[in-house]
Design a protein around this ligand. Structure first.
Ligand code: ATP
Ligand code: MG
Length: 276
């Protein structure tokens, strides 16, 4: 059984008397434990709504979402689902609750009512996992954007989640911060955590094993980065190829085939192969 099962899910925002907006439409999708998925699509395509459905913040208007076999509509299990499906958001400045970094990371486990030594163990583990151990006594407000997002990820990891959802977590960061965060994500994926990275950035999407594209609340494309980038639906989803893939496509159109290109690395490999 897949770890995450989305079965015929729709979600409707009630706007005002007699007016509503269907943000997610009859969506079915499964994600296995340990998968690294990028979720993309135009503004308003339903990505954030889906994220909030996955961690039980919203309940499906129709259909059902199962996390490890448990429905997100099951109120008795909702705290466990929220703990197991952790989220990191866009704005690095909105996510700290304490001044001191270690207190910030301890906040979640403290709210679980865990014993002191277990909290300490988890804070140590989480700070280590994001490479922020040496900053534990520092003021969270003084960190760079990338460091703040790494601390936010640590706060989620301290809850020992199964799934980490990043909702545009790198979009307010500079390239260095973006790289820092994606480095941490890559490491977490290697350690077996399931990651869903919501992003508009196709270079970032290309780092995932699987890319899911939403269009107007519906599933439009689902495949490997190279399958998605070469899909005939890609442009109609309002997306543009990452620079390396766009260049490879132009070269191919003029008769130079560098092979399947999703990232700068695969572009370089393709060029090297051609030269040999
Ligand atoms: N709280 C809300 N109340 C009413 N409508 C909402 C609410 N949040 C989102 N919507 C609408 O639901 C649709 C999906 O929005 P959602 O935020 O899920 O899209 P998104 O793919 O995350 O977009 P973005 O890329 O801009 O973050 C949009 O039409 C949006 O205007
Ligand atoms: Mg969003």
């Amino acid at each position: 059984m897949p770890f995450i099962e989305i079965k015929g899910v729709s979600y409707v925002y009630p706007l005002r008397e007699g007016v509503s907006l269907k943000a997610v439409k009859n969506l079915s999708l499964s994600i296995e434990a340990g998968e690294f998925v990028a979720l993309t699509g135009m503004n308003g395509s339903g990505k954030s709504t889906l994220a909030k459905l996955l961690n039980g913040l919203f309940k499906p208007t129709e259909g059902e979402i199962l996390i490890d076999g448990v429905s997100t509509a099951n109120e008795e299990r909702i705290f466990d689902i929220r703990r197991r499906v952790g989220m990191v958001f866009q704005n690095p400045d909105n996510q700290t609750v304490a001044t001191l970094i270690e207190d910030d990371v301890a906040f979640g486990p403290e709210n679980l009512g865990l014993p002191r030594d277990e909290i300490i163990k988890r804070v140590n583990f989480a700070l280590q996992a994001v490479g922020m151990s040496e900053y534990r006594k520092r003021d969270a407000a003084k960190l760079s954007g990338g460091q703040k997002q790494r601390v936010a990820i640590a706060g989620v990891l301290a809850m020992r989640p199964d799934v980490l959802i990043l909702d545009e977590a790198t979009s307010m960061l500079d390239p260095a911060g973006r790289e820092e965060v994606m480095g941490v994500v890559r490491k977490l994926v290697e350690q077996g955590i399931t990651v869903i990275n919501i992003t508009h950035n196709m270079e970032e999407a290309a780092l995932a094993k699987r890319v899911v594209v939403l269009r107007k609340g519906r599933l439009a494309i689902d495949g490997t980065p190279s399958q998605v980038f070469s899909s005939s639906l890609f442009e109609s989803c309002g997306l543009t190829l990452p620079p390396a893939a766009a260049l490879a496509k132009e070269l191919k159109d003029s008769g130079i085939d560098v092979g399947t290109v999703t990232t700068e690395e695969s572009f370089a490999e393709g060029i090297c192969k051609l030269l040999r």
